[in-house]
Design a protein around this ligand. Structure first.
Ligand code: NAD
Length: 336
């Protein structure tokens, strides 16, 4: 199969190429062509003559794109992500265009990044780092709080939510609340109490989001949910930007209702993330406003970016392609 790989950076190319080189069956009959650009209407011509597309979170796989891909002879969409909110699955199903994903790659990568954001905010590591480099050893303004004994509310307790629960429950001694449409026993065994969304946000010192982006989770955190939260709550989102209404969150940071905000994802990240824009003017006023707060820490969708996760992603992507090429099926297909 000839596979056009979109939205690649050096690390994608390195890990996919290494996995391909180490796999004799893949090397024999499949070939990756790497592109830095996103897949979108302007870049569709790059898919001409290819049998499969390998895409990431900000590639645009809407109905029109899928129709063009199908017309051009593409047989498989192999996502390098767990999330698939950027794919019109109903259209893919109608077009009989299978979509495979990497359902579980090192959930610890994202879980540990979540905890990194919590500690960065709570212990004001970003301020301390800058101050000490400037020879300022004053501790004024650096008072944090212990995580031990605090209540953490996890919205979504699948693979990543469970990994966060293990670190914060067993490691830090936090009390755990969970909200999930399908509660799991593993989390209950960690001492998590499953409650309603309302109860969770009202009783948590830290709220962390680990649910997928779906129509019913879009803006799950909005003005109403925020109003129920404790004053000075910490809100963390390493899942998908549109789980929160960014403007409502900004308003709450301004009033102090939200005391700490840690984001690895942003609603309009497609136009910003994964590129060096340090010499450009950022045209997004909402994002720019977020950057002005001293109690907001943002990373550019790097939760997945560990060696282990990149190896897992590359391995599973290869397996998905090999399985599909050999059998016309794939166990990691996403259903509409
Ligand atoms: P998962 O499928 O294992 O878990 C998701 C959980 O959310 C499930 O338990 C599910 O029942 C629950 N859920 C579904 N709908 C819900 C709803 N309406 N309300 C509450 N809970 C609901 O997924 P995961 O591997 O834990 O990943 C979670 C999310 O993390 C992904 O969807 C993706 O968006 C995000 N993610 C981010 C990064 C990153 O780099 N920042 C990397 C990987 C995944």
């Amino acid at each position: 199969m000839k596979i056009a790989v979109f939205s690649t950076r050096s690390y994608d190319r390195e890990y996919l190429s290494a996995a391909a080189a180490a796999n004799a069956s893949f090397k024999a009959s499949h070939h990756f062509s790497f592109h830095e650009v996103h897949l979108q209407p302007e870049t569709l011509h790059l898919t001409k003559g290819y049998d499969a597309i390998c895409a990431f979170v900000n590639d645009q796989l809407d109905r029109a794109t899928l129709q063009s891909l199908k017309r051009g002879g593409v047989q498989l969409i192999a996502l390098r992500s767990a999330g698939y909110n950027n794919v019109d699955l109903i259209a893919a199903n109608e077009l009989c265009l299978p979509v495979a994903r990497v359902p579980a790659y090192s959930p610890q990568a994202v879980a540990e990044h979540t905890v990194a954001l919590i500690l960065t905010l709570n212990r004001k590591i970003y301020r301390a780092y800058r101050q000490v480099r400037e020879g300022n050893f004053s501790l004024e303004g650096l008072v944090g709080f212990n995580l031990h004994g605090k209540t953490v509310g996890l919205i979504g307790t699948g693979r990543i939510g469970t990994a966060v629960a293990k670190i914060l429950g067993s490691g830090f001694g936090c009390k755990l609340l969970g909200y999930d449409v399908e509660p799991n026993r593993g989390c209950r065994d960690l001492g998590m109490a499953y409650v309603s969304l309302t109860e969770l946000v009202a009783n948590s010192d830290i709220v962390s989001l680990h649910a997928p982006l779906l129509p019913n989770t879009t803006h799950l955190i909005d003005e109403q949910t925020i109003a129920l939260m404790k004053n000075g709550v910490m809100l963390i989102n390493t899942s998908r930007g549109s789980l929160i209404d960014t403007q409502a969150v900004i308003d709450a940071v301004k009033t102090g209702k939200i005391g700490y905000l840690g984001l690895d994802v942003y609603e309009e990240e497609t136009e910003l993330f994964f590129n060096d824009r340090s010499l450009e003017v950022i045209p997004d006023d909402v994002f720019s406003r977020l950057l002005t707060f001293p109690n907001v820490v943002i990373t550019g969708h790097q939760g997945f970016l560990t060696k282990e996760a990149l190896e897992d992603i590359a391995e599973t992507t290869l397996k998905n392609i090999l399985e599909f090429a050999a059998t016309g099926k794939c166990r990691n297909l996403v259903r509409a």
